[in-house]
Design a protein around this ligand. Structure first.
Ligand SMILES: CC(C)(COP(=O)(O)OP(=O)(O)OC[C@H]1O[C@@H](n2cnc3c(N)ncnc32)[C@H](O)[C@@H]1OP(=O)(O)O)[C@@H](O)C(=O)NCCC(=O)NCCS
Length: 191
């Protein structure tokens, strides 16, 4: 599906999981983006993901990429949380291609996929420091609000993700956001 001449949103086929070079490229992109976006939240050296983890998600059909001039510039993981709910995460746009709509189009794609699967709602989790404000998290909270996501709950990392807790540099919560996807399902929404 082509959104604009230079941006293409494309779900990766499950078979792409066998492409080690591509898995490393995607893991590198996510880790580069999150090292900056979550600076100060993680103890030194904690990478967001690995090529092996990405390959697992690709093999499950969960990874969607954004291409600019045919090269990977962004990605998102989309999956089914339960029969009525989709979830997206690991949303990343390359710092070299910010502000041109990659993030917006990846989220739109995730929402279309959710609707086409009969999901009434889309969920995401935003990791935030408990005791201070993080500029990129503030930006995201504002943006998600503008595109229809509402906070519905807050969880503590140490309680809900105990394996991640030792890697945190500061106490963190994750805020759960949800958006009602609405009943409309246009032919163009079938992905
Ligand atoms: C979130 C992210 C994917 C957005 O990517 P992007 O492609 O730059 O965003 P877009 O161009 O689609 O713009 C999205 C919105 O942000 C706004 N925006 C983009 N860059 C901006 C900037 N520098 N300052 C202020 N607003 C900005 C756009 O105007 C747009 O708002 P609108 O939809 O109300 O018009 C990107 O910032 C990113 O990779 N962040 C780090 C990873 C991360 O935190 N992921 C989410 C974890 S929950």
């Amino acid at each position: 599906m082509t959104i604009a001449p230079e941006i293409e949103i494309r779900p990766l086929p499950e078979s792409a999981a066998a492409d080690g070079g591509l898995m490393s490229e995607l893991a590198g992109l996510v880790n580069e983006v999150y090292a900056d976006a979550e600076a100060g939240l993680w103890a030194g050296g904690a990478a967001r993901t690995s090529a092996a983890e990405i390959a697992g998600y690709v093999g499950a059909g969960e990874i969607v990429v954004a291409l600019v001039d045919g090269r990977i510039a962004g990605c998102v993981r989309v999956r089914e949380l339960d029969a009525g709910t989709g979830e997206f995460g690991m949303l990343a746009a390359s710092p070299r291609h910010r502000g041109i709509g990659l993030g917006r189009e990846l989220v739109r794609f995730a929402e279309r996929r959710g609707r086409s699967r009969g999901h009434a709602e889309m969920q995401l989790e935003l990791l935030v420091p408990r005791e201070w404000r993080h500029p990129s998290k503030e930006f995201l909270a504002g943006w998600y609000g503008r595109i229809g996501y509402r906070p519905v709950g807050t969880g503590a990392v140490e309680r809900d993700y105990p394996h991640l807790s030792p890697h945190l540099a500061t106490p963190c919560d994750f805020v759960i956001y949800r958006k009602n996807l609405g009943p409309a399902l246009e032919p163009a929404d079938r992905t």
